[in-house]
Design a protein around this ligand. Sequence first.
Ligand code: PGA
Length: 260
Amino acid sequence: MEIIIQKTAEEGSAVGGRIVAKLVQVKPKAILGLATGSTPVQLYKEMIKWHKEQGLDFSKVTTFNLDEYVGLAADHHASYHRFMNEHLFDELNVPPESIHIPDGLTENLAEHCAAYEQSVQEAGGIDLQVLGIGSDGHLGFNEPTSSFASHTRIKTLDEQTVEDNQRFFKEGEEVPRHVITMGLGSIMEARTCLVLAFGENKADAVAEMVEGAVSSMIPATILQFHRDTRLILDEAAASKLKKADYYKWVYSNKPEWQQY
Ligand code: PGA
C-alpha cells in the first residue's frame, strides 16, 4: 500500500486529481469506480478543473458508482444519483449512457445487483476505484463483518453509519436502513484503489486499515492484500499511524518518473 500524507485535504485531493488525470490521459476509455460522501468532493472539483482548464476529455470514460440507498429515487435530494450529478457529472463530459449507479428503486434487487456486477465485467473491469473510508472502517457500504469475497448486494447499515450520514438528510427525515453496495470482492478486482481519508475522525480507522490486523471487523483492512492501493491522507487522518515518518520519507524519495 502506498501512503501519501499531505498537509491538508485540499493538497491531498490535488494529488488524487493528478492520479485520475494521468490515467485518463494514457487511457481515454478508462473505467472509473466512483464514491460519494464528503471526502471525494474536493477530488471531483479537481477533476472538473482538469476538464475545464486543461481540456481533459472524459467523453470516452465509463463510470460505476459504489452504492445507493434502497428506496430513494434518483432525483431524491439525498440520493447518490443526485449527489454525483451535483458534484461531478453536471460539470464533466461523461456521456449519460456511460454512467452507472445502482438503482435504489429496483423491483428485483437480486437481479439488479447481479446485472450491475456483470456490467462492470463487460466493461472490462474497473481501472481505478475511488474510495472513502467510514469511521467504522467500511468501504462503500460494506459494514464490519462484510464478506471479503462479497459482490454487489443489499446491506443493512450499521447504526454508526446511519448517524454519520444523517447530516445529508433533512431534519426529521430518516436515513434508509438498506443500501445496494458493490462488495469487498468487487473492490478488490479494481486494478488500482485510490482511497482518500481526511480529518481526525478517520484517524482510528486509517491506523487499523494500514497497520492493524486484517479482519472483516475493519473491512478496509482487506486492502492490505490489494496489489495497487494508494491511500491519500491529511495530517489529521494520519495522526495515529505509527510509521507516518517512514511513509513521508518514502513519498519524498519517489523517483521522478513515479511521481504524481
Ligand atoms: P465521508 O464518508 O466521506 O462522508 O466521511 C466516507 C464513507 O463513508 O465511506
